[in-house]
Design a protein. Structure first.
Length: 469
């Protein structure tokens, strides 16, 4: 479908210069304005058309345009969108995009272009809802790997298809090509506009596309889909970002994870929660980001071995716990608790609290101690884990919910009941980082795992700590 809306408007205006009341020309202009995302201008013309042409098609177009006007101001029923994605994770939505008026894109003077605030931003505020310029999902193209002989690198097949399909789309949409060429392509110099250049489009996709459902390791990079999103491409990386993002089908949402002052740069994290050394290697390999980090005096191979040790105990504990449940046995899985605590203290002293690598220890030991009924110790490690997640990735609310469950078990034993409020608050804040604070349905849905553990407890925290502050 050719989408030369500017040319369509020129044609319509030429026709209207001959007959200003021509309903067909007004309607065509309105549809072209809609295609250019000028929804309010489109709506004004559509209502003018409807006075003379009261058809179901025009009426439907007016309703859709009114919805898009509202959405372009940041008003979405995200809960309904999430429910649709539960039915089909690879949903392609027909919605208006939104970029907060509090954002501006400008030169960072050090790392190229970046996104900045023009006004203060509140924690949990929706900053961007971007629909992919194009996205490729695995159900459309079977996931496999492709060798790029020019770069001597492995690329997922989805990304290869993304380049090819974007190039084909640019043939029909000259505006899309101009948009692509405003994105970073690995060059430090701004290039003039040119015709379709597959190598340049490939570089734009390489540096700017986002993996949907990504899985990283030092050996490989796999993803469940690839999408190119325009405004999100201007957000730069930080290990301690002030924004988070998530996906709903072919939509990408970016929110503030803390209160942000005016004229501050906004950052997201390009890499999931891996060991710091693995994160640094991936940033160098896939984005060419050179990490100027001082060498940390500890044995990385020893750390990797101990993380695997904690993970192994965790998995074994889960297996024993589940097997006992199936048999109706209430025996508690036995774990080498003393040895585990010794290892934890060793790495806390080596790394210092606040180090990202401790996340990988705390998440395994917290769950292991909890399954083994060491509720007090589990609560301690979950509390430390949540503090680190708030710094590095505050959207991992599933750990905050486990923290709540652990706190509830302590409440039952008449211990540290005051920490339950802290746990609920932590879960609530982390849910807000993903879904905002205006819709309590997210809170109710995501906190459902707590219900079996409440067992009639009347805890005011659950009623008081809602989204509408």
């Amino acid at each position: 479908m050719i989408q030369e809306y500017d040319l369509g408007i020129l044609d319509a205006e030429q026709a209207l210069s001959l007959d200003p009341t021509n309903t067909t020309s007004i309607y065509r202009k309105a549809k072209c304005l809609f295609g250019l995302c000028k929804y309010e201008d489109s709506l004004a013309l559509l209502e003018q058309v409807f006075q003379k042409l009261q058809t179901s098609e025009v009426e439907s177009m007016i309703a859709k345009t009114k919805l898009f006007v509202s959405q372009s101001e940041g008003n979405y029923d995200l809960f309904a969108l999430m429910e649709q994605c539960e039915q089909n994770p690879f949903q392609r939505f027909d919605v208006a995009e939104y970029t907060s008026s509090k954002l501006t894109i400008k030169d960072t003077m050090s790392i190229g272009i970046g996104v900045y605030t023009t006004s203060p931003i509140e924690f949990g505020e929706l900053l961007v809802l971007s629909k992919a310029l194009h996205v490729v999902f695995p159900k459309e193209k079977p996931p496999s790997f492709d060798f790029n002989f020019l770069k001597k690198t492995m690329n997922t097949q989805e990304r290869t298809y993304l380049v090819g399909e974007l190039s084909s789309m640019c043939v029909e949409q000259s505006g899309l090509l101009k948009k692509l060429y405003t994105l970073y392509d690995g060059s430090s110099k701004r290039k003039d506009y040119e015709g379709i250049n597959l190598d340049r489009i490939d570089k734009v996709v390489h540096y700017n596309s986002f993996g949907i459902g990504i899985e990283f390791s030092e050996e490989q990079y796999t993803e469940k889909g690839s999408g190119l999103f325009y405004i999100p491409s201007f957000f730069n990386h930080s290990d301690q970002p002030n924004c988070s993002y998530n996906f709903l089908g072919d939509l990408m949402l970016i929110r503030a994870t803390k209160n942000i002052k005016a004229d501050e740069q906004l950052f997201i994290s390009y890499v999931p929660l891996l060991l710091q050394e693995e994160r640094d290697n991936i940033l160098r390999k896939y984005w060419g980001i050179k990490i100027d980090r001082p060498i940390i005096p500890y044995e990385i191979e020893k750390l990797k071995a101990d993380v695997k040790y904690f993970e192994k105990i965790h998995q074994e504990t889960i297996s024993i716990f589940e097997a006992n449940q199936q048999k109706g046995i209430h025996d508690t899985p036995k774990i080498p608790a003393t040895q585990m605590v010794a290892k934890i203290k060793y790495w806390e002293s080596k790394l210092g609290f606040g180090h990202i690598n401790l996340i990988h220890i705390y998440k395994h030991v917290g769950q292991t101690f909890h399954l083994s009924n060491y509720f007090q110790q589990a609560l301690e490690y979950f509390e430390k884990l949540i503090k680190l997640l708030k710094r590095y990735n505050p959207t991992r609310y599933e750990f905050a919910i486990q923290y709540c469950i652990c706190a509830l078990n302590n409440v039952k034993q008449d211990k540290v009941s005051d920490l339950f409020d802290d746990a609920i608050n932590a879960a609530r804040q982390m849910i807000i980082c993903s879904w905002g604070k205006s819709d309590s349905r997210f809170y109710d849905k995501l906190m459902k795992p707590l219900e079996p553990f409440l067992e009639g407890f009347v805890l005011s925290s659950l009623n008081d700590l809602k989204f509408d502050e």
